[in-house]
Design a protein around this ligand. Structure first.
Ligand SMILES: Cc1cc2nc3c(=O)[nH]c(=O)nc-3n(C[C@H](O)[C@H](O)[C@H](O)COP(=O)(O)OP(=O)(O)OC[C@H]3O[C@@H](n4cnc5c(N)ncnc54)[C@H](O)[C@@H]3O)c2cc1C
Ligand SMILES: C=Cc1c2[nH]c(c1C)Cc1[nH]c(c(CCC(=O)O)c1C)Cc1[nH]c(c(C)c1CCC(=O)O)Cc1[nH]c(c(C)c1C=C)C2
Length: 464
């Protein structure tokens, strides 16, 4: 009989793992995890989780390949390289919006909010010696290589716009491994980025993405359609996708198999693929795996309030992907995405509208709003930010507030050692358990899918 493999966690990582396996157990009543899209009767789509996926690199190529296999090709909404949402990103500092420099002109002269031409930061990176520490905070790394202003403003904002996190606590080695490696290998981040990108094998959609220089893509029905399409692909192929099936407890049977205790019974499996957040897995492990549980509990995650707003009869003062707010300007307000610029197809058939998503909290959630923030307060804060930062005075015609508890894992300093210790424990104890998902090696949808695929390949002994 072939071994039984149970996948726990029905987010994108668990679903992607099931691509080749047979049973998935999901605690909630829906699949997709943070892939959450609201579709309104007038055809508008509001994203409460990821809103765009990068097509580049091996992981981006693999995701696009999966999209083709799922038959979603005609639903892909690309954002080509010459689109304003690809070219323009803004920072809100000193009470004003500043376009992030692009092109040579933007590097040769001082462009606010930077007091010196960014060229000097590039020269500093080319001349500075390579670091020797095995890990460093993202801020310390950026300060050492590019100078204080770039670290305090640009890199601070970048970490808020990807991890909703604090660059002073996040690890360069785990959050931005490409930059870390570039410095180690080429002694300069810029040199490494310029020389380091190898040749890629493109086909179909990814070839088109490269030719048209897509910066990101979404789907006509929103990102949740990726989870729905995966589920629709898996069910007729014999994969059992069980919702309302929270894993309560994981025990080893005397014969070495796992016994999974659910709310309404037990399941036995030879191998378990955990696609749960690290802290959720820690809660269900048996006592003998306490050292593993302790490491998992040291991988924190931050909460983000996502406020979707729709306005009618207004015009944005700038056009682009959106703007980020450095923590020195306003720690509680991470940034605003101008959704209707990148994906006007999601505006629906109503009157011409501007759709925005305001993201609040992250690493500053508790200090800004308390642990149990009232949705009305978050909505008020979001609307005030849109008024102050974008000058949109009218009341929004549609508002959706979601508070996502512990939604983005934080790879803090030393994360690489934690994941190594976790791997060592699994190997030494010969535990038939694979860990996939956003808690370990990349938070993007691409990284989650890639982690699931790699685990399944190891499990089934497939060559890469
Ligand atoms: C607001 C926001 C914006 C984002 N934007 C982007 C973006 O633009 N681009 C991008 O690439 N990525 C983005 N991301 C990141 C990306 O969406 C996530 O990292 C990814 O979806 C995580 O998937 P996952 O399957 O690993 O985890 P999750 O989605 O957290 O799935 C885990 C699943 O496990 C289930 N579960 C928990 N406990 C149990 C249990 N005991 N038993 C059974 N099931 C359980 C949960 O219900 C959940 O469904 C964003 C994330 C957020 C929150
Ligand atoms: C304001 C907060 C956030 C915004 N998006 C996210 C947060 C927390 C979450 C997020 N955004 C991206 C990813 C995936 C990372 C990846 O490796 O693909 C996640 C988890 C994509 C992303 N968003 C921004 C950048 C620079 C990236 C990396 C990929 C890319 O270059 O496209 C910047 C950014 N995010 C937000 C805004 C308003 C913004 C810039 C203007 C929203």
């Amino acid at each position: 009989m072939p071994p039984t493999v149970a996948v726990v966690g029905g987010g994108i990582s668990g679903l992607a793992a099931c691509y080749h396996l047979v049973l998935l157990l999901e605690a909630s009543g829906r699949l997709g995890g943070w892939l959450q899209s609201t579709r309104t009767a007038d055809g508008a789509v509001f994203e409460h989780g990821p809103r765009g996926i990068r097509p580049g690199g091996a992981v981006g190529t693999d995701t696009l390949h999966m999209v083709s296999e799922l038959g979603l090709e005609s639903d892909v909404l690309p954002v080509p390289g010459d689109h304003p949402a690809s070219r323009n990103r803004f920072l809100y500092t000193g009470g004003a919006l500043h376009k992030l420099p692009s092109g040579l002109g933007g590097l040769l002269w001082p462009v606010p909010p930077f007091s010196r031409a960014l060229l000097w930061s590039g020269v500093r990176d080319l001349l500075a010696p390579a670091g020797t520490e095995p890990d460093e905070s993202v801020h310390a790394f950026a300060h050492r290589r590019f100078g204080r202003e770039v670290a305090d403003i640009a890199v601070d904002s970048l970490c808020r716009g990807v991890f909703a996190g604090d660059c002073r606590a996040l690890s360069i080695r785990s959050c931005f491994p490409v930059l870390f490696e570039a410095e180690r290998r080429w002694r300069s981040v810029l040199l490494g980025l310029a020389l380091g990108s190898g040749k890629r094998q493109d086909s179909g959609l990814s070839r088109r993405a490269r030719a048209e220089r897509w910066s990101q893509w979404s789907l006509r029905g929103g990102m949740e359609s990726l989870a729905e399409a995966l589920a629709a692909f898996l069910r007729p192929r014999g994969v059992e996708l069980r919702c309302h099936a929270p894993l309560r407890c994981l025990r080893r049977c005397p014969d070495g198999r796992w016994q999974l205790t659910l709310a309404d019974g037990t399941v036995t499996a030879d191998h378990v693929v955990s696609a749960l957040p690290a802290a959720a897995l820690a809660e269900v492990l048996p006592d003998e795996a306490e050292p593993l549980a302790q490491e998992l509990r040291r991988i924190p995650a931050v909460s983000v309030a996502v406020v979707n707003l729709q306005y009618e009869g207004v015009t944005l003062p700038v056009t682009g992907f959106g703007h980020l707010v450095p923590s020195s300007e306003d720690a509680s307000l991470l940034g605003i995405v101008y959704d209707s610029v990148a994906f006007p197809q999601h505006d629906g058939t109503g009157a011409a509208s501007v759709r925005l998503t305001v993201m609040l909290g992250g690493a500053w959630f508790g200090q800004s709003f308390g642990e149990a923030a009232a949705p009305a307060l978050l909505l008020q804060r979001a609307q005030a930010a849109v008024r102050e930062q974008l000058g949109l005075e009218p009341a929004p015609t549609r508002c959706i507030v979601r508070v996502h508890q512990a939604c983005i894992p934080q790879y803090t300093l030393g994360h690489w050692q934690r994941t190594e210790r976790i791997g060592r424990f699994l190997a030494e104890q010969r535990l038939p358990l694979s860990l996939v998902g956003a808690s370990y090696a990349g938070v993007s949808v691409n990284d989650c899918i890639a982690s699931a695929r790699a685990a399944v390949e190891r499990l089934l002994g497939w060559p890469r």
